[in-house]
Write a protein that binds this ligand. Structure first.
Ligand code: CP3
Length: 358
């Protein structure tokens, strides 16, 4: 445990130590903006098949690390492998994004399927764990391997809305009108998420990130019930078994609820989206608490000089705390890989005003 911590800049920052060199990885660092990904994707056809092909998925996981020298590899998979493994039909359609057969309050709540998942008789996700084993065997020690899952609320939005949504009306109505049955769905997803994250750690991931991408559509009561409480149960259970694995929370859109999210979920670090003002983050989040983020990915599509200005603003704002450079959301598929290369160079060249190794 400790020896890894020494070699790895990301692990050091996520465990509360500031390093003079700022580590960097990007959400969606693997994917369609990379020609080497598009080539494999075209040959394979289906995105989900790719997620369940350990050799190809391991290769895709490592592509951005080889190309850009990132300090972390994130497992190539998706948050929607959970509903897929639980037996809900999931597909990814060109131009539409994910399409699921929507779940309604009248459906059975998949509880028996979760039990099967926990008993390890549901083998669909074994391919994901094999991907992890392959990446762990191939990657260098100074590159952290990040595993992940969607937060139960965010995964439930896809399961109930049947895909992406503009107003999230179906799920918000279910959660409000029938909180008991909706609570069982969230409970079921929380159990499945715990089992999935535990298995990822056993296969070799060194860090976890929980993507709560649609946290921002809830009011503070909903946020407490459907985001904070399930996240806390995930963190408590995983920490009970694996106390040394840092967990990053990404409560996208949570805005002023970020401090209470940090306090109550007990995550080790928070990933900030680009709507969080830098000075607000500096004043409202304790400067010993590890932060990740939060460059707007749109700057990767713009003028290189502008990119440099905005990267420097983020770096300066978080210069005196444990920090991992990232975007506020995923890399856009229109991004030129050269912009990402430039971004990595800017971060590498950055000279801290007051370098401080702890
Ligand atoms: O590089 C990485 O970040 C690792 C792999 C990863 C993917 N999805 C691959 C992917 C990760 C961590 C995710 C997380 C994910 N998936 C989230 C949370 C983060 C976020 O973006 O808010 C969500 C909400 C999903 C669900 C999902 N998957 C959507 C809405 C879509 C369609 C939109 C899109 O960008 O295509 C996907 C598909 C998806 N997931 C692709 C990739 C590389 C594109 C698949 C393709 O067509 O090749």
């Amino acid at each position: 445990m400790e020896n890894n911590t020494n070699k790895n800049l990301i692990l050091r920052n996520l465990t509360g130590k500031r390093t003079s060199s700022v580590p960097i990885w990007l959400m969606r660092q693997a994917g369609r903006y990379l020609p080497e990904y598009r080539k494999i994707r075209q040959a394979k056809g289906s995105f989900l098949d790719l997620c369940y092909s350990p050799k190809l998925a391991a290769e895709i996981t490592l592509q951005p690390v080889r190309r850009f020298g990132f300090d972390a590899a994130i497992l190539f998979s998706d948050i929607l492998v959970i509903p897929d493994a639980l037996g809900q039909r999931v597909s990814f359609e060109e131009g539409l994004g994910p399409v699921l057969e929507p779940l309604t309050p009248q459906e059975p709540l998949l509880v028996d399927r979760v039990d099967r998942l926990k008993n390890d008789s549901l083998h669909k996700l074994d391919a994901v764990y094999e991907t992890i084993e392959r990446v762990a065997a191939e990657k260098k020690d100074d590159c952290a391997l990040i595993g992940f899952a969607g937060g139960p609320w965010t995964v439930a939005t896809y399961m109930v809305e049947g895909g992406s949504s503009r107003d999230f009306l179906k799920i918000r109505r279910w959660a409000t009108c029938n909180p008991t049955s909706f609570g069982s769905l969230i409970n079921t997803l929380t159990d499945a998420t715990i089992a999935h994250l535990d298995a990822q750690i056993n296969a070799g991931v060194e860090v976890l990130q929980i993507f709560e991408s649609h946290a921002g559509v809830l009011d503070c009561f909903g946020f407490d019930q459907w985001v904070i409480k399930p996240t806390r149960r995930i963190v408590d259970t995983i920490k009970g078994k694996h106390p040394h694995i840092p967990i990053i929370g990404f409560p996208r859109g949570a805005a002023a609820q970020i401090p209470v999210f940090i306090l109550e979920t007990k995550v080790d670090a928070v990933s900030l989206d680009q709507s969080v003002p830098l000075n607000w983050a500096s004043s409202e989040i304790s400067d010993s608490f590890p932060v990740q983020g939060n460059l707007d990915p749109i700057y990767l599509l713009g003028d290189p000089a502008e990119l440099s200005v905005h990267v420097s603003r983020v770096l300066s704002a978080f210069a005196n705390r444990p920090f991992v450079f990232n975007l506020g959301h995923g890399v856009n598929k229109e991004t030129d890989p050269k912009s990402v290369e430039r971004l990595v160079e800017i971060v590498r060249d950055y000279n801290h005003r007051s370098p401080k190794e702890t």
